[in-house]
Design a protein around this ligand. Structure first.
Ligand SMILES: [Zn+2]
Ligand SMILES: [Zn+2]
Length: 419
């Protein structure tokens, strides 16, 4: 075979599917508990939406987007994140007339041309949540708690929030100037990335992981000391609500997130990882974004959570996706008439909600039993001449080896009675 999947993409094989179904189930449960409804924006949009929405100068827009010209000579981009598309959907479909906040979620692939590394994919699947149209800090806690409950339901332990405020257009510019001024004094020691961030993406200086930059970062001015009154109040109210709900958090002054549009609250949700805490998801408030896209002033807050990342963490933590599948039957037959009966019985069981397979070939009973075990069947339903004569099947419990003769007319009942 000369074709291979592309770098940064992956196939999800049958063995991994239970994780996906498990997480989807939890997402459906938790979003409905919190009153979030699903929307599905298209996977591609016009490039300008993302350039404008995500922000020129961000790594995503500059280096990571899958942008191409379609046959109509229009510049198209595969969505590199959900939020901008959600905003477009919200405005275009007039969702703003609904009771606010409008609480939406989606699950689907996003595309970024990133350097491949463990747990990072160029196509990855994201669970995305947005609450639009209300700026009260109780909405922030709603979104944060949804994340908390989702990870708890999945089975993660020691979930905590990392919180920061990135201010607003009133207070942030002055802080950024201070930060730039401070970093300029240290410009010889900071890494080349930071030197670039100095002018273009100043807040992200706080995001640098390079060792040389750490002492500089540690002495940097702290944004919380520079927030305007409104931003201060918002942040304090959020902390108050988290205390009220007894949800643990730490304030992280260097948490800024990669996107330009965040205002006020930014956060990450951390869960227990191997040896240390690790970030499960991140997001924040973006009160200016919709206006930037040509809509009326509309506050919003949301987060995105990579499903692949959740699965890797589940595997690290030995959290197995529960499998409450009904008992599975495997029909085994010896002889032509028995095969007819086996096929009929398999279809009848399936129609009544029981997974059932049968052997397509006419191999020995022993070989078919091996097949049944491979399939992970709970019961082998064996039909031969002797059984046909008695209008019954020999039902063998493959888990404990017991066997009993069950009349064909009682078979369905037999499966219905099993816990
Ligand atoms: Zn402010
Ligand atoms: Zn640096």
């Amino acid at each position: 075979m000369k074709y291979k999947s592309l770098t940064g993409t992956r196939d999800v094989l049958p063995e991994e599917q239970p994780y996906w179904r498990y997480i989807e189930k939890k997402i459906i449960k938790v979003t409905s508990l919190f009153g979030f409804v699903r929307v599905d924006p298209p996977i591609f949009e016009e490039t300008a939406l993302f350039a404008r929405g995500v922000g020129e100068g961000t790594d995503i827009v500059e280096k990571e987007m899958y942008t191409f010209q379609d046959k109509g000579k229009k510049s198209i981009t595969l969505r590199p994140e959900f939020t901008a598309g959600f905003m477009r959907l919200y405005l275009q479909n007039g969702l703003y007339v609904r009771t606010k906040p409008v609480k939406l979620y989606s699950v689907g692939p996003i595309f970024r041309y990133e350097r491949p590394q463990a747990g990072r994919f160029r196509q990855h699947t994201q669970f995305n949540v947005e609450a639009l149209g209300e700026q009260d800090p109780s909405v922030d806690v709603e979104v944060l708690s949804l994340a908390h409950q989702l990870y708890t339901e999945i089975g993660f332990k020691d979930i905590t929030f990392q919180l920061n405020s990135t201010g607003c257009p009133q207070c942030r510019p002055a802080y950024i100037q201070k930060l730039r001024h401070y970093y300029t004094k240290h410009s010889e020691i900071i890494c080349p990335d930071c030197q670039r961030r100095l002018d273009k993406n100043t807040l992200r200086l706080l995001d640098c992981k390079v060792e040389n930059c750490q002492p500089v970062k540690a002495g940097a001015p702290v944004i919380r000391d520079h927030l305007c009154l409104e931003c201060q109040d918002h942040f304090s109210a959020l902390l108050h609500y988290l205390d009220l709900l007894d949800k643990p958090y730490s304030i992280n002054h260097t948490l800024v997130r990669g996107l330009d549009y965040y205002t006020k609250t930014v956060f990450e949700v951390w869960a227990q990882g191997i040896g240390s805490q690790s970030a499960m998801c991140g997001g924040g408030r973006y009160d200016g974004l919709i206006e930037q896209l040509g809509g009326p002033p509309t506050p919003g807050i949301g987060f995105g959570s990579g499903i692949e990342r959740i699965i890797i963490s589940m595997q690290e933590q030995d959290i197995s996706p529960e499998q409450d599948a009904p008992p599975r039957a495997f029909l085994i037959h010896a002889g032509k008439e028995a095969k007819n009966k086996a096929i009929q019985t398999a279809f009848e069981l399936r129609q009544n909600g029981f997974p059932a397979l049968f052997s397509f070939t006419d191999r020995s009973i022993k070989a078919q039993l091996r097949e049944a075990n491979k399939f992970g069947a709970h019961f082998a339903v064996i039909i031969g001449d002797q059984e046909l004569e008695q209008n019954a099947a020999a039902v063998k419990n493959l888990k404990d080896g017991t066997q009993s003769l069950i009349a064909f007319s009682d078979l369905l009942q037999f499966f219905q009675n099993i816990e």
